[in-house]
Design a protein around this ligand. Structure first.
Ligand SMILES: [Zn+2]
Length: 336
């Protein structure tokens, strides 16, 4: 496996007290080094506008590049350096998926800023350019046809959903907490036009955690992935679904998180020639974020690391009703 990371990502600071801080990456890098997993680290060259244009409107890209100091939303500020770093984050995603394609191995892109809330002509929720969507489109421009995106972040990836809503060649499956930012991701939205059936949302209630995610992956995510038969699997990994996260209230443990990640890695090994790329989205409790990312990188290397945050909060499958309703909707399109 390989890690994709640029030192420049530390230079993205919205304001000194913003939760999406460079300390998140510092914590991850420190943890990876502590477990001797900071190896085969690749850096990307300058971000390229033609790659951003695979997903974003030119006016929007130019606005981010030239506005200087401005705010997209209350929590998503643009500074002079933002364009360069956000474009580099997208390039990091592209380089990671291309490594995975060329070598048939997993990759982990430590993308920062994150991307899944950014749509064709907007940024929000700490995101400017949609890294995972850009990488998916780039792969499709380089010989791949079907790409699966699994979004584990606690927030719904509204940008990714919108970009691919009518596209049957990109499957989007999201588990997220209902009733919080950004407010999208309803159970009943399954895509539109030709894309119907290729967008699956599981909006989970506060408290849902390990047993709910086990059911969701076993009963829905993995069977649909199997039938979709993607050329590559891309994962929006957010660790803000962890019980320690300060911004949301799902209750996945580090163990639970790793179990889902390992299922996805095993699927990609069996069905996608080993082609899976994890890309960092959210996660704001730095110790939990660091141990989960290190656990996933370790799993890619077949190395187990000791986990500290293993409390099981949800052992009674609090989200069973939501997962079953999603399965009913999805069963119009998939054999479940
Ligand atoms: Zn998030």
């Amino acid at each position: 496996m390989a890690i994709f990371f640029n030192e420049e990502f530390y230079g993205h600071i919205q304001d000194p007290f913003h939760p999406e801080s460079p300390e998140r990456l510092r914590g991850i890098v420190q943890k990876l080094k502590a477990h001797d997993l900071w190896k085969d680290v690749h850096s990307s060259k300058t971000g390229r506008k033609e790659h951003l244009k695979l997903v974003h409107e030119e006016n929007y890209i130019n606005f981010i590049e030239t506005c200087g100091e401005c705010s997209l939303t209350m929590d998503t500020r643009v500074h002079h350096e933002t364009y360069g770093i956000a474009a580099l984050s997208a390039e990091c995603a592209i380089d990671a998926v291309m490594f995975s394609k060329e070598h048939g191995k997993p990759a982990f892109a430590l993308t920062r800023p994150p991307g899944h809330h950014s749509g064709p002509n907007y940024g929000m929720g700490f995101c400017y350019f949609n890294n995972i969507a850009i990488a998916a489109k780039y792969l499709q421009g380089h010989g791949d046809r079907r790409i699966a995106v699994v979004d584990m972040d606690v927030h719904h990836g509204n940008g990714t959903e919108q970009i691919f809503a009518a596209d049957p060649t990109v499957l989007y499956i999201s588990t997220h907490q209902t009733g919080i930012f950004p407010g999208t991701g309803s159970l009943d939205f399954i895509g539109k036009g030709d894309g119907q059936g290729f967008n699956l949302n599981m909006p989970l209630a506060s408290g849902c955690g390990d047993s709910t995610f086990d059911l969701a992956y076993r009963s829905l995510t993995l069977p649909v992935l199997e039938q979709f038969d993607p050329d590559a699997l891309l994962v929006s990994i957010g660790v803000d679904n962890h019980y320690r996260d300060p911004l949301a209230s799902l209750s996945l443990s580090s163990d639970g998180h790793l179990r889902q990640a390992k299922e996805l890695l095993a699927f990609a090994n069996a069905k996608c020639d080993g082609r899976t790329t994890f890309m960092l989205e959210g996660g704001y409790d730095i110790p939990a974020l660091s141990e989960v990312v290190a656990g996933v990188v370790g799993a890619m290397e077949s190395v187990e690391i000791p986990l500290e945050f293993t409390d099981i909060v949800d052992n009674s499958c609090l989200g069973r009703g939501t997962v079953e309703r999603c399965m009913r909707n999805a069963s119009e399109y998939w054999d479940l």
